[in-house]
Design a protein around this ligand. Structure first.
Ligand SMILES: Cc1cc2nc3c(=O)[nH]c(=O)nc-3n(C[C@H](O)[C@H](O)[C@H](O)COP(=O)(O)OP(=O)(O)OC[C@H]3O[C@@H](n4cnc5c(N)ncnc54)[C@H](O)[C@@H]3O)c2cc1C
Length: 486
């Protein structure tokens, strides 16, 4: 019998597994896919490596989540490079260079937005200060929302004065803060919409101020290129997990989770494993397919509500090409028409491998991942599928070619929500956590600790949310929670 079974090797699951193994728990981690990392996984074609989804690293600065995590695990992180430019943001008429250092970013704001510049800087200063308050709380890994009086008490102890002074912002959106500063510049608002959609899945109107503050600050704490891709972070953690005695079984999909005296976890290999705790790292909406009916009945998260919760899908293009990019920036966001929604190819991120990164591409070549947000349910109509895929690919590549004519393409592959569902086992290919539905949406977050004893959740659909940092923290909160339980 195991102490803990972890289902999935995304950032959440792998973090929980390694920390638990370090604490001496007998841990089994099961992964359905043949690759680690889920949405931050990789695959190889010809001599190129492609990042399946996540490409931009964070949290490696001093005090950052991954710096702390690697320290906790007594290991070195994979090689990462601090970026001077987070990304270039291309509009039809101009390009904004999004600098990592605050001072340089403020100079760029003054250059780009001479009229609203001073107000925009004040807006960013406010965002940075709100993010400080939020992150100093979140980095202490509270169990939020609290499940018991003890959790509530612990969370209150972790809240400091800065967080308390930020509480009035709990009821405001980013749009409200822009209004407060009298900022109306359409290009700047489109810039914010692009950044927010990419990190927290929504735009200024529906983005809670505190969540938006974290999203708009996090890269200014540190934005990193990870050599060999973000999956190298997961691989490094997995290696340490195995060294610590943790068991990892790949290509073994969990098909049912039930409870008798202990948890019984059955897999497609006709194996049933027993454990005191189960940690599910798939998205919450994917758990219902494998959770036993008797548990579903007492589970505080309801299947019907969960199925309806809106989330994005990802449409991705993977290109292995000659190095024609002629730019020193590795990340490029394109906003085709600033008045249109930030999805379906109207907004997309192009991430290129660094010219020196031999894990990603041969000399003189680059591995490129392009991703845009898409409505996942539209991709399940078989008749429309091929046409839809072709049209969106052409539309995106047409825009890319205007800025970066790619002359010699060696590999080109496309991923849709159907592909993501197949390789990351997320129902309907919904990725990136849930879409916030307004200023108060922070209050409807799920806790990593469920109401069922011994059943835990981690990953981008639970607190503190999506992205490599949020997911790793959720896994860490689970590891803390399990070690605090009897
Ligand atoms: C296109 C795209 C771009 C992104 N860009 C960035 C970025 O630049 N930077 C960033 O920080 N974040 C980015 N993100 C977000 C980030 O990738 C995710 O939030 C994070 O990787 C999700 O991790 P997770 O812990 O939720 O696990 P997931 O990635 O969902 O992985 C879960 C794992 O569990 C496995 N699993 C599920 N069900 C079962 C089962 N029944 N049995 C066994 N195994 C199972 C899956 O196969 C999978 O490997 C991006 C996401 C996408 C989709």
């Amino acid at each position: 019998m195991y102490d803990v079974i972890v289902v999935g090797t995304g950032f959440g699951g792998m973090t929980a597994s390694a920390l638990l193994a370090k604490k001496g728990y007998r841990t089994l981690t099961l992964e359905a896919a043949s690759e680690l990392g889920g949405c931050a996984g990789k695959f190889e074609r010809q001599s190129f490596r492609f990042q399946a989804g996540a490409t931009l690293g964070m949290g490696f600065e001093e005090g950052g989540v991954f710096s702390q995590l690697f320290h906790e695990l007594d290991m070195s992180p994979p090689p990462v490079h601090l970026l001077d430019t987070i990304m270039d943001v291309h509009f039809s008429e101009r390009t904004i260079r999004y600098y990592q250092q605050k001072e340089r970013w403020f100079e760029e704001i003054a250059r780009q937005f001479p009229k609203d510049g001073a107000a925009i800087v004040r807006f960013f200063e406010e965002m940075f200060s709100l993010a400080d308050a939020m992150l100093s709380f979140v980095y202490k890994r509270p169990i939020v929302p609290p499940k018991t009086i003890k959790h509530l008490f612990q969370a209150m102890q972790k809240a400091d004065r800065k967080l308390i002074s930020a509480t009035p912002f709990l009821f405001q959106s980013i749009a409200k803060r822009l209004q407060h500063y009298g900022i109306r510049d359409e290009t700047f608002i489109a810039f914010l919409n692009g950044q927010l959609v990419d990190s927290v899945q929504t735009t200024v109107e529906r983005c809670p101020a505190l969540l938006g503050a974290v999203a708009l600050s996090i890269f200014h704490r540190g934005a990193f290129y990870v050599e060999g891709g973000l999956s190298n972070i997961v691989h490094t953690i997995a290696e340490r997990y195995k060294q610590l005695g943790g068991e990892l079984r790949m290509r073994e999909k969990v098909v049912s989770i039930r409870k008798q005296r202990h948890w019984l976890v059955a897999t497609n290999r006709k194996q049933t494993y027993e454990a005191k705790h189960v940690v599910f790292n798939g998205s919450v909406h994917s758990i219902f397919a494998i959770l036993d009916d008797s548990i579903k009945r007492t589970f505080s998260i309801r299947e019907e509500k969960e199925k309806k919760r809106p989330a994005w899908g990802a449409f991705t293009i993977y290109i292995g090409a000659d190095d024609d990019l002629q730019t020193d920036s590795l990340y490029h966001q394109f906003i085709v028409d600033r008045t249109k929604p930030m999805s379906e190819g109207n907004q997309f991120l192009l991430s290129a491998s660094a010219p020196f990164d031999r894990q990603m591409a041969p000399v003189g070549k680059r591995s490129i991942t392009i991703s845009t947000h898409t409505e996942p349910l539209h991709w399940w109509n078989r008749h429309a599928y091929d046409e839809q895929k072709k049209m969106l690919t052409e539309q995106i590549l047409q825009r890319v070619n205007k800025t970066f004519p790619l002359t010699n393409i060696h590999v080109q592959l496309v991923g849709t929500p159907v592909t993501f569902s197949r390789f990351t086992h997320r129902a309907f290919g919904k990725v990136g956590g849930y879409i916030p539905n307004g200023a108060l949406s922070l209050l409807s977050t799920y806790s990593p600790q469920t109401n069922i004893e011994g059943l835990w959740l981690c990953g981008d659909t639970v607190f503190p949310g999506a992205g490599s940092l949020g997911c790793a923290l959720s896994g860490w909160i689970v590891a803390d929670g399990i070690s605090a339980s009897k």
